[in-house]
Design a protein around this ligand. Sequence first.
Ligand SMILES: [Zn+2]
Ligand SMILES: [Zn+2]
Length: 336
Amino acid sequence: MTDAINFIDSIPSFAFTWTTFFIAVIILFLLRYRERLVAFSIKDALRTCIPFDPVRSQSFHTDLKVYLIRKLTDFIFLIPGIYVLFWVSNGLFSTLSGLDGTPSSHENSPALVLGVACVLIVAAEFNAFLWHYLEHKVPFLWELHKVHHSADHLNPLTNHRAHSIVQIGKYVMKGFIAGIPTGLIMYFYGFGFIELLAIAAIANKLLTVATLDALRHSHVPLRFGLLEGVFISPHMHQIHHSSLEAHWDKNFGTNLSIFDWMFGTAYRPHKGEVMVNGIYGYSPEQLQAFHSLRGTYWDPLVRSFECLKRSLKPVSKTALGFDAKIEGAKNDKAIW
Ligand SMILES: [Zn+2]
Ligand SMILES: [Zn+2]
C-alpha cells in the first residue's frame, strides 16, 4: 500500500492530468461515434477531443502563458501562507506544551496516518471552499477571480488561469484554518511540522487524482452519481463556469462537495445539461479583453484596487441614500 502511494506520489501531476484528459476525450469520441453523433474520421475525432483551435484561440494562448508564469513564480506567493501555517501551528503547539508539559508521542500506524490525512484534507478543502465563496462575493476579490471565469473554453490549463496575487490571500487564510488542526496533531500525536506538510501534500494529490481533477476544466461532462453528495464531479465544476443565471454561484468546492451541500450552494447537473462558458452579464466580445497578459494580470489588479478604495472610502449621508442604492444594484452579489 505504502509502495503504491509512493509510486503515485513520484509521478508528476501534469502526467496524470494529460493522461486522464486524453483517455477521457478518446472515450467521449467513441461514445459519440456509437450514438452516431460523429463520423469515424480524424477530423471528427480531433473536433471531439479538442473542440477549439489551439493555434488561433487567444483564450488558450492566455491559459498557456499564465500556466507557465505560475509554474515559475507560484512558490513566491506561497511563502507567506506557509509562514502563517508554521506560526499558528507552532504557536499552538508551544502554548499547549507550556500548559500541560511534555507533548504526546504515538506509534505512526497506517490508521493514524490515514486519520491525520483526512483531518488535514477536510481543513484544506474548507479553506478552498470559503476562499472561493469570498472570491465570488467580495467585489475586490471578484475582480481578480473573473480571470478564472473568462476562459472561452475549458481545458486542463484553465485550472491554473488565476491571478497570482490571489494565492497570497488563499494560502494565508489556509495557514490560519489548517494551522489549528496541524498544531493539535503535532501536540497530541507527536508528528513534526514537515512530516504533516508531506502527508497533506500526498493526500491532496491522491484525492485530486481520484476525483479526476484533470477533467474539471474540460468538455467531458462526467458525473459521479450519488458520490456527488461527497465529491465534486467534473460536470459540477463545469457548471460553476457557466454564465447561465441558474448556474451562477454554485459548486465552490474543489474536491469535496460537502461544504456546498452544507451551505446551500451545491448544484447537481442532469445528463446533457447545457452550459455556456463565461461570466454572467458579459458578452463574448467583453471576455476578449481578458485574453492577454495585460487583461489577465494588470487590468484586474487596477479594477480590484479601485474596488477596494471605493469600499474603504467613508460614505457621506447623502450618498448613503441615493448612491448606495445604485451600488447595491450594481453589486447585488456582494456581501461588502
Ligand atoms: Zn469561481
Ligand atoms: Zn475552474
